[in-house]
Design a protein around this ligand. Structure first.
Ligand SMILES: NC(=O)c1ccc[n+]([C@@H]2O[C@H](COP(=O)([O-])OP(=O)(O)OC[C@H]3O[C@@H](n4cnc5c(N)ncnc54)[C@H](OP(=O)(O)O)[C@@H]3O)[C@@H](O)[C@H]2O)c1
Length: 205
């Protein structure tokens, strides 16, 4: 799949790397092609360096992994996203986010012309995107958004990244719940001292 990565730091870099190794075509979209986080990503296979709008133009799916504070600015910088899927990995942490919105996905929907925004890869640390394996099993991913077509493709990408399953949490009305769930992980990992090497998994019987 042709994937644009907007935000090439911890999260964008981890997913760009695992997806490039799975054969996806990765277009890094950066503000300044001479100076950006994640220059080492250019040594990955199938990976090109682009302006943000060029990366979007050549891709079917766009991952946004920038700070939530710039969600509106980044959304406006993408150009035409009609018919493209946007995957939102951002979280509003400690109230720092797009003004007027309770979650970043609604800010993306309001400032782009795609109708297909999926919140995913926000509920666990980037270290778990680099390696979701714990012992003999992998942790799970979670996603929300109205588009069933987009969720099917995003689930495939989560499995490509090594997650055991990517559970469908519901529609756009679950975007804020997804950010709360992310904060649950952040709270356990950072505030309660468990550290980043923890992950969530659904058990069934
Ligand atoms: N860290 C985690 O474990 C984790 C886990 C899940 C979700 N998240 C969420 O994922 C997002 C990214 O976190 P991160 O840790 O990956 O951040 P990070 O390492 O600081 O990377 C942020 C990236 O965003 C880019 N950026 C900043 N402002 C931009 C703008 N106006 N336009 C385009 N790109 C811009 C930066 O570009 P430059 O290279 O030009 O500086 C950098 O590549 C956050 O919303 C965070 O809440 C983080």
């Amino acid at each position: 799949m042709k994937i644009a990565i907007i935000g090439t730091g911890n999260v964008g870099g981890a997913l760009a790397t695992v997806w490039s190794r799975k054969g996806h075509e990765i277009a890094l979209g950066v503000q300044n092609e001479n100076e950006f986080k994640g220059k080492n990503l250019l040594t990955n296979p199938n990976t090109t360096l682009n302006s943000i709008s060029e990366a979007v133009k050549k891709s079917e799916l766009i991952l946004i992994a920038t700070p939530a504070t710039v969600a509106i600015q980044v959304s406006k910088s993408l150009g035409d996203t009609n018919g493209k899927i946007i995957v939102d990995a951002m979280n509003i942490v400690m109230g720092r986010g797009p003004i007027g919105f309770t979650n970043t996905s609604d800010a993306i929907l309001a400032n782009t012309n795609t109708k297909e925004v999926i919140k995913c890869f926000n509920t666990t640390g980037f270290n778990n995107m680099e390696n979701p394996i714990y012992g003999n099993e992998a942790i799970d991913a979670f996603m929300a958004g109205d588009s069933k077509r987009a969720k099917s493709l995003v689930r495939d990408l989560a499995l490509d990244a090594g997650f055991a399953e990517c559970y469908d949490v519901g529609g756009n009305d679950k975007f804020t719940l997804m950010e709360s769930y992310a904060f649950f992980w952040i709270n356990l990992a950072m505030m309660q001292g468990l550290g980043r090497e923890i992950g969530f998994k659904i058990l069934k019987r």
